[in-house]
Design a protein around this ligand. Structure first.
Ligand SMILES: [Zn+2]
Length: 700
């Protein structure tokens, strides 16, 4: 439901959640608990600039991804418990392993109340004996309340009660930053209610998607039967769900349309909203979530309002109950006994993602605990894994990148002096957030029980939801973080004009203090450049230095900028990620723009550093080379190697359909094809695939 405007480095699943005031937890002695089997394979720490990853039989000018990553990809097939595998997942798994060790220590012998809390959360998740014994019992109260609905008039109050767990049907309101007044937080409602990854999965007539829909229906039928429904009843319920979700899919805007801030911003009074959706009583719902005073709601998808409203009829009540029942069990499946978890995995991971096996439980529980208590577990994690020296070194890199971008702005050939001044103002206003929050969140009101995995997840969801709703009408706090410290990702937040780099990504292969600047500028430098230039991509450029949607280009420059952006869209439209499935150049436009601008700025920052620091900047170089490569070559190889990796066909299709990021191979090849310095560094000929005669595309 959430209108997510944050531009990340990778796809981001930001679970939005929810709370009740509870007494602080008492520190007590932890009893012995079976923390499950220990990891059988210990993850190893990734290395930056890996010569053994290179396929020297490949020609860098013909296919640079194959050259930089060919051997790594060959030697690192996708593990059975993954749908994709690459350097990001390698580092993420390693970070998770370090976190896992903290969680085990906290579960066995906590030293602080906070350790007791996250140790218990983890222990409850690992305790499959209790979870399996309970079966579907934890879900029964929710199923009962669905069963007891007697009229669609009860839906608004029901939603208000349920949406503390992300439940409810058709409509939900969240608090988000106002894109026209970025100091304020406002109530907003979006589109959603689907189970499959995108509207296209319901509507695409091709055999691939017809078959997926059959698999989805089959999975629902089996799941309803697991809840004790007869085969006939289960089949009817699955058909009901499909009918409602297909109607909602038809009424949903596609992902390209939702990228445009103007398309997704429609402030409506509650009275107007009520007039548009007469079948749902908004005031009852808003009262129920303590937002009764709200007078305005920002609507992000107008056609969705009509589609959802049309489903809310008394005749449709039995179907709505099937739909609610499905969403309740589907959301809860990872928290229930093994039979529910396995059945859910079978379709949503195996069929949809091509993942053969489940990830080991220790990995899943580590991630689940990190999601629920990220700024609790992160406090100890950063102490061990992100020393102050790393923070200072990253700050220095960011300054070098900002200086290079300022330089770039002076020389951009297509931009008028007026727009140049505005762009510089925006660049100067970017705030840098590095490593972890200055102030950690307070989890004292979250109640965690060592033997109640399901309850912990519900209370955690309620805690997050409450936190979100509490923000209504309050000033924005830009010091908040949207990612936990061990996360291997980064983001730019357009309404806040800030860049955010969690400690988890400031590690090899992205950053290594022992390596030369060429390697670090190619790795984390390009990542920093990527995030910074999100402020200037086709979406980010619509926000001013304060984070308000306001056009600051002159009309003439805007026309030139749009034409140049279209060049990227056309280029990436041509890249095939799986048989018959190309990237969507407009869906990935912002990310591709950021990749292309980011690499230019990082390359410039490297040149500045080499000039300023001379020999000092080239430790280990002999006759201008290290490991047989010049600084410029090392920069490009380091850049490419963070994207080494492969994905299953299903995962590549999912990504092309739903993810604004291109796949790793095309992030590398698409980018170098637009940057002549690459071809020069490797002695390519104009007209080689990686050095097109056209010179490629460029905005910044
Ligand atoms: Zn990005």
């Amino acid at each position: 439901m959430r209108t997510l405007v944050i531009a990340t480095l990778l796809g981001l699943a930001a679970p939005l959640c929810l709370a009740q005031e509870l007494p602080p937890v008492q520190l007590e002695v932890a009893g012995p608990v079976d923390l499950g089997s220990a990891p059988t394979k210990i993850p190893v720490k990734p290395v930056a600039f890996d010569v053994s990853a290179i396929d020297k039989s490949a020609d860098p000018c013909q296919n640079f991804f194959q050259y930089a990553c060919g051997s790594w990809n060959k030697n690192n097939p996708i593990p059975a418990d993954r749908a994709a595998w690459g350097r990001f997942s390698e580092l993420s798994e390693y970070n998770n392993y370090l976190l896992y060790k903290d969680l085990v220590a906290a579960a066995e012998a906590p030293k602080t109340p906070l350790q007791k809390k996250y140790g218990d959360y983890f222990a409850a998740c690992m305790n499959t004996d209790v979870i399996d014994k309970l079966g579907d019992k934890p879900l029964l109260p929710d199923l009962k309340s669905i069963d007891e609905l007697t009229s669609v008039k009860e839906l608004p109050a029901f939603n208000a009660k349920q949406d503390r767990r992300g439940g409810g049907a058709f409509f939900a309101v969240v608090i988000t930053q106002d894109q026209k007044d970025s100091t304020q937080q406002v109530a907003a409602t979006g589109q959603g209610g689907l189970t499959l990854p995108d509207r296209d999965y319901y509507l695409n007539p091709s055999p691939r998607f017809v078959k997926l829909r059959e698999g989805y229906v089959d999975n629902m039928v089996k799941t309803f039967q697991l809840l004790g429904d007869s085969p006939e009843k289960a089949a009817k319920e699955a058909a009901d769900v499909m009918s409602i979700e297909t109607a909602l899919a038809k009424g949903s805007l596609d992902r390209v349309a939702m990228r445009d801030p103007a398309t997704r911003y429609h402030p409506m009074s509650v009275a107007d909203l009520q007039a548009k959706t007469p079948n749902f009583d908004w005031q009852t719902y808003l009262n129920g979530i303590d937002l009764g005073q709200a007078k305005t709601v920002i609507v992000s998808s107008l056609p969705y309002l009509d589609a959802a409203n049309a489903e809310i009829t008394e005749e449709n009540l039995p179907a709505i109950k099937s739909y609610l029942r499905w969403h309740a069990v589907h959301a809860a499946a990872p928290l229930l006994s093994k039979n529910f978890e396995d059945l859910n995995f079978d379709f949503f991971n195996r069929t949809l993602g091509g993942q053969k096996e489940q990830m080991p439980r220790w990995q899943r529980c580590t991630s689940i605990t990190d999601r629920a208590l990220g700024e609790a577990v992160g406090q100890d994690w950063v102490k061990q894994n992100f020393p102050p020296a790393s923070k200072q070194a990253t700050e220095k890199l960011v300054k070098a990148l900002e200086a290079a971008m300022a330089q770039d702005l002076q020389t951009l050939p297509w931009m008028s002096p007026e727009t140049r001044v505005e762009a510089k103002k925006k660049l100067d206003a970017i705030a840098d957030k590095i490593g972890y929050p200055q102030h950690w969140r307070d989890y004292s009101s979250l109640d965690v029980k060592r033997d109640d995995f399901f309850g912990n997840a519900q209370r955690s969801a309620a805690f997050e939801r409450h936190r979100n709703l509490e923000k209504w009408g309050k000033p924005v706090d830009p010091s908040e973080w949207g990612m936990t410290p061990p996360t291997v990702n980064a983001y730019y937040n357009p309404p806040q004009n800030n860049i955010n780099f969690p400690a988890g990504i400031l590690q090899p292969p992205f950053y290594d203090v022992t390596k030369d600047p060429a390697v670090n500028f190619g790795g984390i430098g390009v990542v920093i450049g990527h995030e910074m230039t999100h402020g200037f991509d086709d979406q980010g450029a619509q926000y001013d230095p304060k984070g308000n949607v306001r056009m600051w280009f002159t009309p003439d420059d805007l026309a030139k900028f749009k034409a140049r952006s279209e060049c990227y869209a056309k280029e990436y439209d041509g890249f095939e990620v799986a048989p018959g499935q190309n990237l969507n150049g407009h869906l990935t436009l912002g990310e591709n723009s950021a990749d292309n601008a980011g690499i230019r700025i990082a390359f410039q920052a490297l040149q500045n550093t080499l000039k300023e620091e001379g020999d000092k900047a080239e430790p280990g170089y002999v006759d201008g080379k290290r490991d047989g490569y010049t600084a410029d070559q090392r920069f490009f190889i380091s850049f490419a190697q963070v994207w080494c990796g492969t994905e299953t066909t299903q995962a590549a299709i999912n990504q092309a359909k739903t993810n604004p990021h291109s796949t790793g191979e095309w992030r590398v090849r698409g980018t170098v094809q637009n940057f002549n310095e690459f071809g020069k560094a490797f002695g390519c000929k104009l007209g080689d695939p990686e050095m097109p005669a056209s010179g490629g595309c460029r905005t910044w």
